[in-house]
Design a protein around this ligand. Structure first.
Ligand SMILES: NC(=O)c1ccc[n+]([C@@H]2O[C@H](COP(=O)([O-])OP(=O)(O)OC[C@H]3O[C@@H](n4cnc5c(N)ncnc54)[C@H](OP(=O)(O)O)[C@@H]3O)[C@@H](O)[C@H]2O)c1
Length: 270
């Protein structure tokens, strides 16, 4: 059973989720099924990943009850704005083949449109079609603008987060407002899996580098979203709840900040 965090609307969210960015559609349903079999209860997709239908199929084929799986999808940039967002949400739900999602996120803080998009998400939430709503790639200026206008505080902010990119100011603001932070690309998109400090921590813990990076995130109070389509790695990345990293290990990992952004940097988004 994956530990859960309770969101600011009372909804429980599993602290580990399977990421499916760049999971080929033809491999995605099987990856979701594998993850659910080994104990994951949370899947993170997006309109732009092109595999919502396969995520829905994987959830159905797994035999795990819909109510036990936390499904997230996201509003893509081209669909931002009030009316467009409402239409995009309907289309996502249809592709997923679900009656509701557990979390709907604004994928990126598109200037001029993100506040209108948020009003659409508030409506979708009020209608009960998304149990929770939140944002992704929102840093302090984006969050401050939204918090000044929103009727509902986002439940979640999904941002890139690893020991190499810790976004401390954004996390402090989220903590102040009860916004749970999800760590995306928690395995550095593969870029720091041979880092000597992480390897040394892994050796001492008797665990893999991937498990150490994910466990660091969990012990920081984050939700972690590792992606793999390989069954052995999906299982490895899910085996996080029978060990802890000690203070020495956590301190060594905390010292690795280097501002490593592996994808787009939202700091460049006005
Ligand atoms: N909101 C956003 O803007 C945003 C942006 C990026 C990502 N995300 C979310 O975060 C999820 C994860 O991020 P990500 O896909 O960028 O990167 P990631 O999870 O940090 O890394 C994935 C890479 O690591 C490999 N890998 C996985 N497990 C491994 C293991 N145990 N040992 C060695 N290598 C391993 C994967 O290869 P294989 O698949 O071949 O195993 C893949 O190449 C995404 O799928 C998505 O759900 C969100």
């Amino acid at each position: 059973m994956t530990p859960e965090l309770v969101l600011n609307n009372g909804v429980a969210m599993p602290a580990l989720g399977l990421g499916v960015f760049q999971s080929p559609p033809e491999e995605t349903a099987a990856a979701v099924e594998t993850a659910l079999k080994v104990g994951y209860r949370h899947v993170d997709t997006a309109r732009v990943y092109g595999n919502e239908a396969d995520v829905g199929a994987g959830v159905r084929e797994s035999g795990v009850a819909r109510g036990e799986v936390f499904v997230t999808t996201k509003l893509w940039n081209a669909d931002q704005g009030y009316d467009a967002a409402l239409r995009a949400f309907d289309a996502s739900l249809k592709r997923l083949g679900l009656e509701y999602v557990d979390l709907y996120l604004i994928h990126w803080p598109v200037a001029e449109k993100r506040l209108d998009s948020w009003r659409a998400l508030e409506r979708i939430h009020a209608e009960g079609r998304a149990r929770s709503i939140g944002v992704s790639n929102f840093l302090v200026p984006h969050l401050e603008e939204l918090l000044g206008k929103a009727r509902r505080v986002p439940a979640v902010n999904q941002i890139e987060l690893t020991p190499f990119l810790q976004r401390r100011e954004t996390r402090a603001l989220c903590a102040k407002h009860g916004i749970v932070v999800e760590a995306y690309s928690p395995l550095t998109h593969g870029l720091r899996l041979d880092h000597p400090v992480v390897k040394d921590v892994a050796r001492r813990a008797g665990r893999s580098v991937a498990q150490v990076l994910l466990r660091w995130g969990l012990q920081q109070g984050l939700v972690v979203l590792p992606k793999s389509t390989k069954p052995a790695r999906i299982a490895e990345n899910g085996a996080l709840f029978d060990f802890t990293l000690d203070d020495r290990a956590m301190n060594e990992l905390d010292a690795l900040e280097e501002g490593l952004v592996t994808g787009w940097d939202p700091a460049e988004q006005p």
